[in-house]
Design a protein around this ligand. Structure first.
Ligand SMILES: Nc1ncnc2c1ncn2[C@@H]1O[C@H](COP(=O)(O)OP(=O)(O)OP(=O)(O)O)[C@@H](O)[C@H]1O
Ligand SMILES: [Mg+2]
Length: 222
């Protein structure tokens, strides 16, 4: 809650198609934040808690046939647990949360990709997360064929045809257009170092706006 105790932490998510570089950038970002003295935690979705990691194993296992409705609800069960057990408590104690995927993935994959009604998905997301959305979302935009070509091991989602991943990409871009304040679109074909520099600039800017970056850097100021 705002008001008492430390300032709320910043909630950052990384999104994009398979192989766009989310995990690479999430790790580089958290390493940077720790180096400059900003308390942060790296979480991934689905995952983050023992229950959610168990659900992740089911969701990514190519041996299972999972109908679209079950898939959506499993992702949301994992997210509800991660949000309640890890994300909200961290944010409330002033820790910056960097999440490798969050709710935009459900809108893009299950909504645009699978063709589920996006408004129903939004309602379910609200139920699962209590209406929590990231403060800033980095969308690593990449042609899915390039992303998939970067991968060495395939999981159940990555086994989907290219057309599916193209719909996911278009879905992400449509969402970003509708929420330009929160979602920042970066060209993920750039080098990891260039992307990292841009992401650090965005996140440090957001932290400075909320007062945390200045405190951590010891720069004082108003
Ligand atoms: N900017 C980049 N340019 C080229 N290769 C990259 C870049 N960023 C990451 N890679 C490489 O591409 C592969 C996929 O990167 P990464 O695992 O970070 O992507 P991801 O978005 O997390 O993928 P997934 O959706 O499967 O979790 C890795 O081998 C990584 O080293
Ligand atoms: Mg990853």
């Amino acid at each position: 809650m705002r008001g008492e105790g430390p300032a709320r932490g910043l909630f950052v998510s990384l999104e994009g198609v398979e192989g766009a570089g989310k995990t690479t950038q999430a790790r580089m970002l958290v390493d940077h934040l720790e180096r400059v003295g900003i308390r942060s935690v790296l979480l991934r979705e689905p995952g983050g808690t023992p229950m959610a990691e168990a659900v992740r194993a089911v969701l990514l296992d190519s041996r299972f046939s999972i109908c679209p409705e079950a898939e959506t609800l499993l992702f949301l069960a994992a997210r509800a647990q991660n949000t309640a057990e890890r994300i909200r408590p961290a944010l409330e104690s002033g820790i910056t949360v960097v999440c490798d995927r969050y709710s935009d993935s459900t809108v893009a994959y299950q909504g645009y990709g699978r063709g589920a009604d996006v408004e129903i998905i939004r309602g379910l997301l609200c139920y699962a997360t209590g209406g929590l959305w990231p403060d800033v979302t980095i969308l690593l935009d990449l042609d899915p064929s390039q992303g998939l070509a970067r991968q060495t091991v395939r999981n159940r989602m990555e086994d989907e045809p290219l057309q599916f991943h193209r719909r996911v990409r278009e879905g992400y871009l449509a969402e970003a257009e509708a929420a330009p304040e929160r979602m920042r679109v970066l060209d993920a074909a750039a080098s990891p170092e260039i992307l990292h520099g841009t992401i650090v600039g965005i996140v440090m800017g957001e932290l400075a706006r909320s007062g945390q970056g200045r405190r951590a850097a010891g720069a004082g100021g108003p």
